[in-house]
Write a protein that binds this ligand. Structure first.
Ligand code: ATP
Length: 300
């Protein structure tokens, strides 16, 4: 039971869990090949989420001892708020999410949820409390209903249908001749990037976790699909503590707080407007992305 996850193949990750349906898969974990053994403490107790307050306190972490990735990271995400994490490629954004999920243990400092260190609670309870919407969703060669129900063992058909509605994929499913029994994957229905993401969102809704990690898709969805999905995600985020790993800044404007990671620490934090006024790293990134958007539009 201690070992809930195992990378199985080269094609991204297939993690398997035996109990509790605490499953999430995605490319945010793709870089893990042999995760260090993380085991439950002998006196581990189940995590009790009362509000969903997430804190990182002086967290230091490196995959290799001689190369720190996070170097004294402090982060405070009050219950029910959305925190977007931005920073250059390789800054450690996904690493931060992996540590919250306790794929690795921190070298120094601690991460707590409602005051309970993640290292002190059972992994099953920790992972049941956190939902992940990954960049690229791995679908099983099974029915679309199964793929959604996978979010939580024992989910009923009614719960699956409700989740599909919440993820705005119900109309699409209902249009298929076999409805929720339609097979997807290699030998079944091919889903677009946006549809796959909606399946991931529906899975998360079935799981109904108090804490959410969104690993924003880097692969380009067309801007209409992206806008639609963002709208869906906003309703999923409501009432949950959310950490968004953001690659494009256009998606973080509404976050309650934005943190800019640089050299393993939080270099800037604030709302979009505050960070623009500050004229620092974030403002520079924003100007650069705006220029790129304009160039892309001009090229069309
Ligand atoms: P991106 O925006 O490109 O997704 P990121 O900010 O999410 O980047 P991370 O994936 O957290 O960055 O990676 C931070 C650093 O840690 C990178 O230099 C990466 O090469 C390194 N790294 C990530 N995973 C591993 C691993 N399993 N083993 C060793 N190094 C790793």
């Amino acid at each position: 039971l201690a070992q809930l996850f195992r990378p199985l193949d080269l094609l991204g990750m297939v993690y398997r869990t035996i109990r509790q349906g605490a499953i999430d898969m995605g490319s945010m974990f793709e870089l893990i090949d042999t995760p260090a053994e993380v085991v439950d403490a002998p006196d581990a107790t189940p995590l009790l989420v009362t509000r969903g307050h997430v804190r990182f306190e002086g967290v230091r972490f490196g995959y290799d001892e001689d190369r720190p990735i996070l170097d004294g990271l402090d982060l405070d995400v009050p219950a029910g708020t959305t925190c977007a994490v931005v920073g250059a490629s390789g800054a450690g954004k996904s690493t931060l999410a992996r540590l919250l999920y306790r794929f690795y243990d921190v070298n120094e400092g601690r991460i707590t949820i409602d005051g309970q260190p993640v290292a002190a609670v059972t992994q099953a309870s920790l992972r049941a409390a956190i939902g992940i919407v990954p960049q690229d969703t791995v679908l099983f060669n099974d029915t679309i209903g199964y793929n959604i129900a996978y979010g939580r063992e024992g989910a009923s058909d009614a719960e699956v249908a409700r989740a599909a509605q919440g993820a705005a994929i119900a109309p699409f499913i209902e249009r298929q001749p076999d409805g929720y029994d339609t097979r997807v994957g290699e030998r079944g229905l091919k889903l677009s990037g946006g549809e796959k993401q909606r399946v991931a969102i529906a899975r998360t809704l079935v799981k109904n976790p108090p804490i959410l990690i969104l690993d924003e898709a880097t692969s380009a969805l067309d801007s209409r699909t992206e806008a639609d999905i963002l709208e869906t995600l906003e309703s999923v985020e409501r009432g949950r503590t959310t950490i968004v790993i953001a690659h494009r800044l256009s998606t973080v404007i509404h976050a309650d707080q934005i943190v800019v990671l640089d050299a393993g620490r939080v270099a800037e934090r604030g709302t979009h407007a505050e960070l623009l006024r500050r004229g620092g790293l974030y403002a520079g990134m924003w100007a650069r992305q705006a220029r790129e958007r304009e160039e892309a539009l001009a090229a069309e």
